[in-house]
Every structure is written in C-alpha cells, then in structure tokens.
Design a protein around this ligand. Structure first.
Ligand code: PLP
Length: 387
C-alpha cells in the first residue's frame, strides 16, 4: 500500500534519469519528454551548466534566511526587472505562491483606494494554482469543488472578451484584472493579438492593476522571454515560476510603479523563497538564454512544427484545431481522447491530454531531429485515435 495521499493518479512508469529531451525509466526504456514536467524543465533534463551551478552553490551556501541580504537574489531581481522593464520582485517557491503575492498586492491596492472588499476580475477556464486564494481565482469549478467557502471577491469573466471586462468600467470596487496571456491548463487558448493591449488600457483608465500570470508562458515558452512582450506592454504585476527554476522550486512576483510600494516589512514572506541555491539556478538559466540563443530555437522549431502539422493534419477528420505559440502546442480533436495518454506512453512519448486536446510543452532546446520524432509519434497517435 502506498503511503502517499491519493491526490495524484500517476501513470505506471518511474523515471530514474534524464538528459536533454529524454527520460529513462527503471526498465531502461527511453521516452521523448514533450511535456517538460509541465513546462518546467525548459532547458532540458540535467543541463550541464545548471548541474554545475547547483553543485557549486550547494558546496558554498544553500540557505540563510530573508532576514539577511542574499546576493544572488538581489542580482536575479535586477536581471528580471531589467528584462521585463519592471521595478521590484518578491521570491516564493511556486507559481501559486507567486500568485498569492500578486493577489495580496491587488488587495492592498484596493484598500489604498478605500475599497473595503476589493474585487479581482479573472477569466473563466483560467488556472492560477491550488492554494485557497489561487484556486478561488481559478476559473474552473472542478479545481474548486469541495473547498467552499472560497476566498471571495473574484469575479470570473469570459477570456478574450473585451466587453466582459468593459462591463465593469467605472465599478469603484474593482482593484485588479488577473489573466494568463495564453491559458495553458485549459488547452493553450490564445486570445486576439490586441486583447492584452485593450485590457491594459481599460485597467489604466480605471486605476486597476493588470496582473499577468506568466507562470507557464514566461521564460521563453512562447518565443519571447515573456508572452506579453508580443503586445509591447508592461503589466503592473507579473508572476513567474516553472521555467525560472528548470526543476528547482522558485516563484517570482514582479511589480511596476505603484504596485511596487504596497508590500512593506511584515506584510509578506517565505522561509525558503529566493534562497541562494534557487536564485543561483535562475541566474544560470538567464545566462543560458543569452548565450545559447534559446529564443531563436523556440521560434524556428515552432514555425517548423506549425507548418509540418498543418500539412500533415490538413483536412484530417479527427482534427478540430491546431493552436501553437512558441513551444506551447495544442491539437484539439473531435474524437474521444481518453485512451491517448496511455497510448502515447506505450509509444514512449510524454504528452498531456486536456479533454479532447493534446497539449505539448517540449523543452525549449529540442532539436529538429527530436521534433521529427515528436511529429511522427503525434501524427501516428492522432491517426490511431480516429480509427
Ligand atoms: N499559474 C499557471 C498559469 C499555471 O500553469 C500553474 C501551474 O500549472 C500555476 C499558476 C500554479 O503553479 P504551481 O503548481 O507551481 O503552484
């Protein structure tokens, strides 16, 4: 009997090592990892530069406390702010914690304007985490089921619908709008090109904070370091996690302007957040992005994948839609997908299935040879699904 709680339902496979885009199981079988630990191991498994940085930092200093200055944390904050054109950073250990910080900042913003119960607008079908506040922010009743009473004053509006947000224009109780630039967990839902621009101008007109959850889209996943850079905007708050650590636990909440002044001593904290080890790793990841042209690879592989899928799946009876931005890839089918996860595993490729959608988040270092293997296996899977 397992002594682990039953909140996960793992597939019947145990990985014992990984290298680049490949994982090896305890029977010595190799799998192509097209999920990257759900968008985490973006520079691949056991990247030698990161492994070296971990070993060096582990033999120097792992942890002090945020009661003392942490040099790596200060350098990382400066690098992230300069890359994102933002001002300040709080470090936690996960995406949910980064979003908790963002939600607390939104509440403080509301209070500073005299709002007693500040409202945060979030999107239907969004995902922001599993803590009480972030699951309340999440626009998915399955994630919330059983956990009432939820944290109040989140109102869920249709994603990619400007009128749904405009309906709150001049509502004096709204403090912030919180969105994913592309909804990841609901199956790579990509809004209109100018959606975030229009939302930002509504936020500006109303003195609402624009909070962008880039936990999944951030750190290169979409082909820019941050997805909102496609819109040439700067949010008031942005959250990061996943790819920022490549497997070590780190989350970050970045702020700009007024949002930077709201957390004061004693209002927020984390024991482990931003410790010397994880911040060293994140710094090393940013170096790899600079030195190894990671974004160029994301964009060229993305274009190639898109063209190959479009040709191979054109007029395919089982395919409803292909959605791709950088290396966030979804293929929505119009046939039952319930057996596809196991079929993919049997074929030694790791993917994710959300309802009728196949989602892939391969490592950003994937090369053309590996992309070809991925495409061959996925097209085979889709052909099998429709028979
Ligand atoms: N926000 C987004 C957009 C996510 O995709 C996720 C995780 O999938 C989270 C937040 C939660 O992150 P974590 O699981 O690190 O708490």
């Amino acid at each position: 009997m397992s002594h682990l709680m039953s909140n996960y339902l793992p597939l019947d496979v145990t990985f014992t090592s990984g290298k680049g885009c490949w994982l090896t199981d305890n029977k010595d079988q190799q799998y192509l990892d097209c999920l990257s630990g759900v968008g985490v191991v973006n520079l691949g498994h056991c990247h030698p530069t990161i492994t070296k940085a971990i070993a060096e930092q582990a033999s120097t200093l792992l942890h002090t406390s945020n009661w003392y200055h942490i040099e790596n944390q200060e350098i990382l904050a400066e690098r992230l702010c300069s890359a994102a054109n933002m001002d300040k950073v709080f470090f936690g250990n996960s995406g949910a914690e980064a979003n908790e910080a963002a939600i607390k900042i939104a509440r403080l913003h509301g209070k500073s304007k005299g709002i007693e119960n500040p409202i945060i607008l979030t999107a239907k079908q969004s995902f922001h985490g599993r803590t009480m506040a972030t699951l309340s922010a999440t626009g998915n009743s399955k994630v919330q089921a059983g956990f009432a009473p939820l944290v109040s004053e989140f109102i869920h509006v249709d994603f990619n619908d400007i009128d749904a947000i405009k309906a709150f224009d001049e509502n004096i109780n709204v403090a912030a709008v919180m969105l994913e630039p592309i909804q990841g967990e609901s199956g790579v839902i990509i809004p209109a090109d100018d959606y975030l621009n229009v939302v930002q101008s509504i936020c500006n007109n109303n003195d609402w904070l624009l909070i962008l959850d880039e936990v999944q889209t951030g750190i290169g996943r979409t082909g820019k370091l941050f997805a909102h850079q496609y819109n040439n905007i700067t949010p008031d708050v942005m959250t990061l996690a996943k790819g920022l650590g490549n497997g070590v636990p780190i989350g970050a909440c970045l702020t700009k302007g007024v949002a930077s002044e709201l957390l004061v001593p004693g209002t927020h904290g984390s024991t482990f957040g931003g410790n010397p080890l994880v911040t060293k790793v994140a710094l090393c990841i940013l170096d790899v992005f600079d030195n190894d042209n990671i974004l160029e690879n994301v964009n060229s592989q993305s274009t190639y994948i898109h063209s190959q899928l479009s040709v191979a799946l054109k007029d395919h009876s089982a395919v409803k839609e292909i959605r791709i931005k950088g290396l966030m890839i979804a293929i929505e089918l119009n046939v039952d997908c319930s057996t596809l996860l196991q079929k993919a595993l049997d074929d030694q490729i790791l993917i994710n299935i959300i309802g009728n959608t196949i989602r892939m988040l391969p490592p950003l270092i994937i090369n053309k040879e590996e992309v070809d293997i991925m495409l061959e296996k996925i097209i085979k899977l889709i052909n099998n699904a429709s028979t």
